[in-house]
Design a protein around this ligand. Structure first.
Ligand SMILES: Cc1cc2nc3c(=O)[nH]c(=O)nc-3n(C[C@H](O)[C@H](O)[C@H](O)COP(=O)(O)O)c2cc1C
Ligand code: SF4
Ligand code: SF4
Length: 371
């Protein structure tokens, strides 16, 4: 394949995908091909992508709930329609290691969905693949030990080199064991929990965002707010100092948790249990019971479907209101201490990729979002 320039669009929460983008860039450099990396949150694809059949475009993102993150999906749909530009899609996924045993992650639909959207837009997708990088799911597990981080990263780097060499030699990367693994996960997931990724996008993502709070270690420096790729953190007055408030724009990329210099960002586990009961079935069942007592004819529609419908309508306002009340209750030192001590993240090791500092990920110009 004739490549004169590579253009890499990258989204990264804790630096894994940013590190992979940098390895890609160095690979192109060694081949004598000029390349440019652009973080998706400051990309201007309309100006940057030119119709040219020697341009090679890469879309690099972490798997989030077997899909690309929501901001990447929006970015893909916003790309200009251009015929003939060659492209590839690369998802990083969460690899783990227990002693010598590696546990691969699964990006599921992620890379295929990205390829599908690019295909519809007229791009010539040459291949899709995924790479295990150290899992950054640190709201649910302990950050990996540095030795495991190094081992997983080394392996990924070698695999990346081999795959990129195949791609620019003109080979297409579709029918591989790796993509079969992803397809099995995508189909298996679809079969086990139909529409799981859609539920994750609509409900799971927001629920996880609303688990976040800052512990008493927080000094109100605002670094988390400045680093967020989605401008999702608002620094609000809270008892004489500013503290971060996680808005609904958060997509739990884990950057704030991974890079907070004080290790103060927590995902509240005890709070999540409480929140689950607030936003789910028991409350909806209560509303159903109340309606059936007060509204004539209501029992006629009292079945599972109606309960689900009430849950869906009730979910968002209940979640937003409950988080608002929770956040304000954290002004009371005893309450903050109680929620801090009852979350596992308080005891977990944090994670961000060792080669990537906060500056490598820093958003460019600040886009003001109307609130
Ligand atoms: C909210 C969230 C969802 C995730 N979902 C998946 C997943 O579905 N499959 C997977 O293999 N890894 C998953 N991971 C792990 C990340 O995809 C993986 O660690 C990735 O390399 C992180 O890249 P980044 O540091 O560039 O953000 C998830 C991580 C987070 C924070
Ligand atoms: S959570 Fe961390 S980064 Fe954010 S304001 Fe507090 S100390 Fe600063
Ligand atoms: S608030 Fe934190 S976890 Fe959410 S999108 Fe911003 S940096 Fe990522």
């Amino acid at each position: 394949m004739d490549v004169s320039e590579a253009l890499l669009y990258i989204f990264s929460g804790t630096g894994n995908t940013r590190a992979v983008g940098e390895w890609c860039r160095r690979f192109f450099c060694r081949q004598g091909i000029g390349s440019r990396s652009v973080m998706i949150d400051r990309a201007e694809p309309g100006k940057q992508i030119k119709p040219c059949d020697t341009l090679f475009m890469g879309i690099l993102f972490p798997a989030h709930g077997f899909l690309p993150p929501w901001s990447v999906i929006k970015f893909l749909f916003g790309l200009p329609r251009i015929r003939g530009v060659n492209a590839f899609c690369l998802a990083t996924r969460g690899g783990l290691r227990f002693g010598p045993v590696p546990i691969p992650g699964a990006a599921g639909f992620g890379p295929f969905l990205a390829a599908l959207v690019l295909g519809f837009k007229g791009y010539r997708v040459r291949g899709v693949f995924s790479l295990d990088m150290p899992s950054n799911f640190i709201n649910f597990h302990w950050g990996l030990h540095s030795k495991n981080v190094d081992d997983i990263s080394q392996k990924a780097r070698k695999r990346l080199g081999r795959t990129m060499a195949l791609l620019i030699s003109g080979k297409r990367i579709w029918w591989t064991r790796n993509n079969l693994w992803e397809a099995v996960w995508a189909l298996g997931m679809f079969w086990a929990i139909p529409l799981f990724p859609i539920f994750y996008l609509i409900f799971g993502r927001l629920f996880m965002a609303k688990m976040m709070f800052s512990s008493e270690r927080c000094v109100g420096c605002g670094i988390c707010a400045g680093a967020c790729p989605n401008r999702a953190i608002i620094m609000k007055d809270a008892g004489g100092m500013k503290r971060p408030f996680w808005s609904r724009h958060c997509e739990t990329c884990m950057r704030c948790m991974g890079y907070c210099p004080k290790g103060a960002v927590e995902a509240g586990h005890a709070w999540a249990v409480l929140l689950y009961f607030i936003v789910s079935v028991p409350i909806a069942a209560g509303i159903m019971a109340m309606l059936s007592n007060r509204v004539a004819g209501f029992p006629v529609v009292q079945h599972d479907g109606a309960l689900e419908l009430i849950n869906v309508v009730y979910f968002y306002p209940a979640l937003l209101l409950a988080y608002w009340a929770f956040w304000h209750s954290l002004r009371i030192p005893l309450v903050r201490r109680m929620f801090t001590l009852t979350t596992l993240t308080h005891y977990y090791r944090r994670y961000h990729h060792p080669e990537i500092s906060r500056k490598h990920l820093a958003p460019g110009r600040i886009r003001k979002r109307a609130r």
